[in-house]
Design a protein around this ligand. Structure first.
Ligand code: ADP
Ligand code: ADP
Length: 232
């Protein structure tokens, strides 16, 4: 089963003489319960593709589906609702609210969506990302690795259809990075999460089930069961 798929997605930035064709017709699918990495050279369109898949950026033409829903056919209002209810985000910048504690940050998306947290799931996730003794701390009192784990816990507790991660290890030292990748792996294996991650790091990609390569705004090839050597 595919969780996210695209048909003929193009994205053009700017207009007139200054057009940038960031995506030039992308047809690709992402399996449910699978951890997929998107790799490619700098400027090849990886972030643009991720943003179009997640409904953060409008496509210029083509279609994106999340399950049975064509997200490219939704109004802005419907899209905002869909993002809140079905999509999780983990960005390079952790995007935590500085005045809220770790616990409040983790529960915020559920609160915004008017949903009641599942206390057992919250407890399991918090244990798994080793934040149990940090829940009352504000982001400024946490290390970078701990802040990113708060962001991961926040994404997981709402049980989103898909988590989109954009260079999630980009601002972490290598130990915290490995830690995070192991936790993403666990969230797929133990929680059945679907993850789509953009990275330029072969070590990060080696944690995925599959790597999709992008070049010049096009899907060029893919690799199953990647290792740090085979993705190079
Ligand atoms: P990657 O993530 O692979 O580095 P991006 O998706 O960020 O690639 O960028 C793809 C192309 O689109 C690049 O040429 C980039 O300069 C251009 N681009 C990205 N965002 C914008 C924007 N907001 N306005 C204009 N051009 C952009
Ligand atoms: P970069 O990769 O360039 O450091 P980010 O990945 O943090 O930047 O953000 C890329 C884009 O996604 C920005 O336009 C930002 O406004 C948007 N964005 C970041 N975090 C969120 C979020 N949690 N929800 C919705 N949009 C977000």
């Amino acid at each position: 089963r595919e969780s996210v798929r695209t048909a003929g997605v193009t994205k053009v930035y700017g207009q007139g003489g200054a057009e940038v064709h960031a995506l030039r017709g992308v047809d690709v699918g992402f399996g449910a319960g699978e951890f997929t990495a998107i790799m490619g050279p700098s400027g090849s369109g990886k972030s643009t593709l991720l943003h179009c898949l997640a409904g953060l950026d409008a496509v210029t033409s083509g279609a994106v589906w999340l399950g049975d829903i064509e997200i490219t056919a939704l109004t802005d209002r419907e899209l905002t609702k869909l993002r809140r209810e079905h999509i999780g985000f983990i960005f390079q910048s952790f995007n935590l609210l500085p005045t809220l504690t770790a616990r409040e940050n983790i529960l915020l998306p559920l609160e915004i969506a008017g949903r009641r947290p599942d206390p057992r799931l919250v407890e399991r996730v918090v244990e798994r990302v080793r934040l149990a003794d940090r829940l009352g701390h504000r982001p400024s009192e946490l290390s970078g690795g701990q802040q990113q784990r708060v962001a991961v816990a926040r994404a997981l507790v709402s049980r989103p259809e898909v988590i989109f991660a954009d260079e999630p290890t980009g601002n972490l030292d290598s130990n915290s990075g490995t830690d995070l990748l192991e936790f993403l792996r666990v969230s797929v294996d133990e929680f059945g999460q679907t993850i789509i991650m953009v990275t330029h790091d072969p070590h990060a990609a080696s944690y995925a089930d599959r790597v999709v390569f992008v070049r010049d705004g096009q899907f060029v090839h893919e690799l199953d069961r990647p290792t740090a050597d085979t993705v190079l």
